[in-house]
Design a protein around this ligand. Sequence first.
Ligand code: MG
Length: 203
Amino acid sequence: MKIIAIGRNYAEHTKELNNPIPVTPVIFMKPDTALLKDNKPFYHPEFSDNIQHEIEIVLKVSKEGKNINAKFASTYFEEIALGIDFTARDIQNRHKEKGLPWELSKSFDNSAPVSNFVPKAQFADLYNLNFKLDINNSTRQEGNTKDLLFSFEQIISFVSVYITLKKGDLIFTGTPQGVSKINIGDHLEGYLEDIKLLDFYIK
Ligand code: MG
């Protein structure tokens, strides 16, 4: 199982980090050891003073595919979830300044909490999905999939040119604006429409 993630896929978030709007999807990966399930607590590591939350919609790949045409890409995922792409922003900024890969800032252990999955069929329109992240009962991030720069189908098609997708792979599809630092003791709650899917603590 692999975790593929898309950066800079919502314009307002791209601007808040002073990055240019991409012309093709920005891809990075997290190892399977990044996965944190079942709303288990996230233990804040000591190597970063600025770990930031990025709430994202996550697709679960339902069958193997390579060179998938965007027209058929919707048949490659049946379930969606919410995830947090935890990012050590201090490490990322240092690496970006030097033109180095972001890997260390994105792929550390437990940097990818993922909720239970729900069937995509239960939503009338995948491109009008509200999702949000509350921390300590105040809303920090709110997004709607109508604002995606690259659609789920475009992401699947693009990635599969380079990387074979396998059943069970996860795709993080990008975060809306409002990213900020997490602190020990924080209570994170993530909602997809009115369904609470994420509910865990920073320890
Ligand atoms: Mg992200």
